[in-house]
Design a protein around this ligand. Structure first.
Ligand code: FES
Ligand code: FES
Length: 158
């Protein structure tokens, strides 16, 4: 069985698993990293949203063999470490606005939010309603209004 190697939340990992297994199952079932949630498995619901090299992606739809040894995967578990704190500013904003209802979609929502703010900053501007409209993460509890408010708040701290 091949050994898959990459960096996960700042640490090198090596896991023996077949090439065609999707990364979400490697994270959750082989490595015990359960922050990225399984919703659809089809790159639709976005509940598994994590970062690869700082950009949002959906590990339910990526075979583990597509991840290179030099790739850095970050899940909600490693987000705060990227800013050297116990919580990322986006997580602080989430708590302050009291966004979560059942909570299932929320790790993915926060990871999508951080990636979107970074993306618009790289383009030299601040986040707009149009940018928020591009985030497609589904929330069955309908917390969208609080999510949008929290992203604007969290961006202020980034
Ligand atoms: S579980 Fe990954 S997009 Fe739905
Ligand atoms: S808080 Fe329940 S699905 Fe979003």
């Amino acid at each position: 069985m091949p050994t898959q190697k990459f960096t996960l939340n700042g640490k090198p990992v090596a896991v023996d698993v077949e090439d065609d297994v999707r990364l979400l199952w490697v994270l959750r079932d082989k490595l015990g990293v359960t922050g990225p949630k399984y919703g659809c498995g089809l790159n639709v619901c976005k509940s598994c949203t994590s970062h690869i090299n700082g950009k949002a992606f959906n590990p339910c739809s990526v075979p583990v063999s597509d991840i290179k040894a030099t790739d850095e995967v970050t899940t909600i578990e490693g987000l705060a470490d990227t800013v050297g704190s116990t919580l990322h500013p986006m997580q602080e904003a989430w708590l302050e606005i009291d966004v979560a209802q059942c909570g299932y979609c929320q790790p993915g929502q926060i990871m999508a939010a951080v990636a979107k703010v970074k993306q618009v900053r790289a383009a030299g501007r601040e986040i707009t309603d149009a940018d928020l409209d591009e985030i497609r993460n589904i929330c069955r509890c309908g917390t969208y209004h609080r999510i949008r408010e929290a992203i604007v708040k969290g961006a202020e701290g980034m």
